[in-house]
Design a protein around this ligand. Structure first.
Ligand SMILES: Cc1cc2nc3c(=O)[nH]c(=O)nc-3n(C[C@H](O)[C@H](O)[C@H](O)COP(=O)(O)OP(=O)(O)OC[C@H]3O[C@@H](n4cnc5c(N)ncnc54)[C@H](O)[C@@H]3O)c2cc1C
Length: 372
């Protein structure tokens, strides 16, 4: 039984956000920025955010040539351009809100490794540039083969460079966004696993164990866990587990920047004197369609093979840590931002580039719910 004080000061708010990843925290911040008088709470099931936002590799990216060509196939040219624009705007929004140095954003360029001279991506660089040039006021991608020898990669035939791509510190991003929310007066309740959402005539009740939070509006920002929460099998959301390794090379790295290969399924970057390396989900797509954390040893084995033949050939290294995170995918790469009723909306299915688009999706959900 709760007290009057608990009910008044902790269990009711104008707005409840479910999920404290980049999307949920950004949605919470937007509500307060739009109307500082609103009371806003965020409910998070983990002690820390426990999905993708604190588990990723910190690429501030909007897609390699291969990935963007795939997006043209599934979304059409305009759909691809609009997705890139949203990712780019999302990054700018994060930087404006938190500051580039606070999140350790460094633009050291991004690269796609190519292993076959006849690859479609190589042939289509200028086509993708022509689609993106109105947005970036110039070419985004170029062939950068002159850097290949110095980088020392094995088996790589070509390198495509993206001069707009950067990298950031994921931990600093989420903790500074959390601090920013606290400064705005938003309360983040951790260890609060929401199991039920019930809309009534005058409010929405959100239940976590035996605690019920009452609010006017609810934003669902639970990404890969949304289907479970809403118990809606028809939702086009499939969880996808990804792994990242932190690697300590014995000699200084020969390269810096962010790197992708095989349609973005594999990625690595420098992180000061370390290498962050992950991916390989395509090797076991069905097995990795899970929302349970864990390491698939066969995927890790293949990553290590590539590490020794492509990324650090003939070099010694130590694997410091390996962790997993859960992403959300669907039939295309556009996030789902929609109202379920006048009081409830969701911003979910952020895919593999949510660091970029997360702020914008959070903003869109908040705007949807404040529109009427
Ligand atoms: C291994 C890996 C590498 C990645 N690398 C990159 C990258 O380099 N660049 C990039 O742009 N993107 C990357 N991503 C994708 C990016 O991290 C995600 O798209 C983004 O973080 C999604 O943010 P989100 O807030 O929507 O979801 P999440 O971060 O998953 O947040 C959802 C939150 O909701 C909480 N939650 C779920 N259910 C409930 C419930 N019932 N009650 C209460 N709380 C609940 C979860 O605990 C979680 O904290 C990567 C992802 C992974 C896993």
């Amino acid at each position: 039984m709760h007290s009057l004080w608990e009910k008044q000061s902790f269990l009711s708010a104008d707005v409840t956000i479910i999920g404290a990843g980049i999307t949920g925290l950004s949605a919470a911040a937007t509500f307060k920025e739009l109307d500082p008088s609103l009371s806003v709470i965020v409910l998070e099931k983990g002690v820390l955010p426990t999905g993708a936002s604190t588990k990723n590799a910190g690429f501030a990216c909007f897609g390699s040539v291969s990935e963007l060509l795939n997006d043209v196939e599934t979304l059409g040219e305009n759909g691809m351009i609009s997705l890139v624009e949203k990712r780019w705007d999302g990054l700018q929004k994060t930087c404006q809100r938190l500051g580039r140095s606070v999140i350790d954003l460094q633009v050291k360029n991004g690269y796609e490794l190519i292993f076959d001279r006849s690859s479609n991506a190589l042939q289509q660089i200028e086509y993708v540039n022509s689609l993106l040039s109105p947005l970036f006021q110039g070419s985004v991608f170029r062939n950068a083969n002159e850097k290949l020898e110095a980088f020392g990669f094995g088996t790589t035939t070509d390198l495509i460079e993206n001069t707009f791509e950067g990298q950031l510190d994921t931990g600093k991003l989420i903790s500074s966004l959390w601090n920013y929310c606290n400064q705005l007066g938003i309360k983040v309740h951790t260890g609060c696993h929401v199991t039920d959402i019930k809309e009534e005539e005058t409010c929405v009740r959100v239940a976590s164990d035996d605690v019920v939070f009452k609010s006017e509006k609810v934003a669902i920002c639970t990404n890969a866990f949304t289907k479970k929460l809403l118990k809606k099998e028809e939702l086009d959301i499939v969880p996808g587990r990804g792994i990242v390794m932190s690697i300590i090379p014995k000699q200084p790295l020969k390269f810096e920047g962010t790197f992708h290969y095989h349609d973005g399924y594999y990625y690595f970057r420098d992180y000061y004197d370390k290498l962050l390396y992950g991916g390989g989900r395509n090797l076991a797509l069905e097995e990795e369609q899970t929302d349970s954390f864990g390491i698939n040893e066969s995927v890790k084995k293949k990553l290590i093979e590539d590490l020794e033949t492509i990324i650090l050939p003939d070099q010694e290294y130590e694997i410091e840590m390996t962790w997993s995170g859960i992403m959300a995918f669907g039939s295309n790469k556009s996030p789902i931002v929609k109202k379920l009723s006048n009081r409830i909306a969701m911003g979910v299915r952020l895919g593999g580039m949510g660091v970029a688009i997360g702020s914008l999706v959070g903003e869109e959900v908040a705007e949807l719910l404040t529109a009427d």
